[in-house]
Structures are given as C-alpha cells and as structure tokens.
Write a protein that binds this ligand. Sequence first.
Ligand code: TA6
Length: 288
Amino acid sequence: IKDKNGIDQVLLHNPRGASAKVSLHGGQVLSWKTDRGEELLFTSSKANFKPPNAVRGGIPIFFPQFGNRGSLEQNGFARNRMWVIDENPPSLHPNDSNGKAFVDLLFKPSEDDLKIWPHSFEFRLRVALDNDGNLSMISRVRNINCKPFSFSIAYHTYFAISDISEVRVEGLETLDYLDNLLQRERFTEQGDALTFESEVDRIYLSSSDVIAVFDHERKRTFLIRKQGLPDVVVWNPWEKKSKAIQDLGDDEYKQMLCVDGAAIEKPITLKPGEEWTGRLELSVMPSI
Ligand code: TA6
C-alpha cells in the first residue's frame, strides 16, 4: 500500500488479526497492533510523514551511529533513506520465518551516502509477526569488501503507554549506564525497578537479554528480548524537552517511553565480507 505521500508500506497480519505496518522509508515499523486492534506503538500527533526525516514514533532504526557525530545526520542516516523490498534475501535460519508473516527490506548506501560515510555495506532487515502477535526485527549488516568499519545501532522503540508516571522498567537493575544528559558520564543504577519523574536519556550497558516494561494502568507488560544488542537506551523527553521537539505534542511525553535494544558502547566492527546479526523480539502480555 502507499501512504498519502506515496511512500510504500507493507502490512503484515497474522491469522488472529494482529498486525504490523512497515514503511519502506527508513525501514521503519510504524504500527504494531494486537489481535483486538489496539495500537502498541506511540506515534506523535504532530508526526511529519513527509520524507526525508523519520516519523516521530514507531521504531526508527538508528544506524550507522547513535547521537551526533560531525556532519552526520543525528542518530544516523539509515532512517532517513528509502529502502527496497529484498527479493532474494540470503536465507536466515528457519525459525526466523516459519509460521510468520514477514517482509525483507534492504538498504544500500547511495553515492552521496558513501561521501559522508565511506563504507560499502548492505543492511538487510526482516520484520516478522508470528501467530502470537510477537513482532521481531532481524538486522544483518554486511561489509561489502571494503576496509573494516565500525557502527552503532539502536531500534528506537516508542512504546505506547497510558501514563509515564505509572510505568516501571525491570531488567536494568544494578547495571552501569551512560547518562546522555551529563555528557555520557557513567553511573550505576541503584534502584530496583526504573520509574520516571523527569527527563531520562540513558544507555544501560551489557543488559540481560530480557527487559520488561510494565504499564500499570493498562495492566499490560511489554517484553523486549534481544540478541547481539548488549545495550538498552531509555528515553523520555519529559515536559521541557518535549516543547523543544516540534514534531512531538507538548504533553505527549506522558504517553510514550523509548526502550531500545542497541549496540552503542562497543561499536560493532566488520572486516571485509563479515556480517553482523542483531535480533529484537517484542511481545505484549496482560500484567499479572
Ligand atoms: O534517546 C536517544 C536520543 O538520541 C535522545 O537523545 C533524543 O534525541 C532521541 O533519541 C530522539 O532523537 P531524534 O533524532 O529522533 O529526535
């Protein structure tokens, strides 16, 4: 299907009626719905769907770098470019697709991209929805016979929540984190579960491979399972920062929380011909 700007989107659905929508712009997941049609990802009411910039919401992929670096586009250029359907993807192992609805997307740098980031790569993304409604994203980045290069990556996942002050995140206890609000100074998380009462922008390091986001009011828990993604970005802009973000409503920070599977602290280095694979699986279940 095409959106109102003529951007191709792919709709995935499973036999029970759960669905997901992926845009070829940026390879960005724009929607993930339960079999009852409830939207699980946040999208700003002020989102700008016109390329080149990423839509504020869903799951933009930060690649090849996190944050700012010189003249590179903030949080990487991959999310700002058109991807294509990958007609003949090299095979993944079977459980990455059996019984799932999926689409394979491919992003290769343009000549202009290679001017700003001189490394030839192929980025393959499989977005899949299984019969239980779980959403998985498998990224494979390959160095196409050029000199070794390093990259960071984050699946910037905007979870739709009922009220940020009623949310708790578990699985990050006792971890070290880099605080983006304090020049990435390193701290150790003291608390048990993570709760929110002000702006948070942190990179938790070497987290376990399962993180839980409890939405108390909606009695709903998101589970994030990941492989090859050692770090977790946690971001909520809170009130003041929200006002400075033009494609985010002033009060919408209350209905969103970003918890991103990522590889940032230790960038991934690929030698010629080498391929990296990162897997993220999102599930949602009623909270006990
Ligand atoms: O959480 C990481 C972060 O880079 C924040 O610092 C904030 O900038 C957020 O992502 C959104 O970034 P964006 O480039 O999408 O506006």
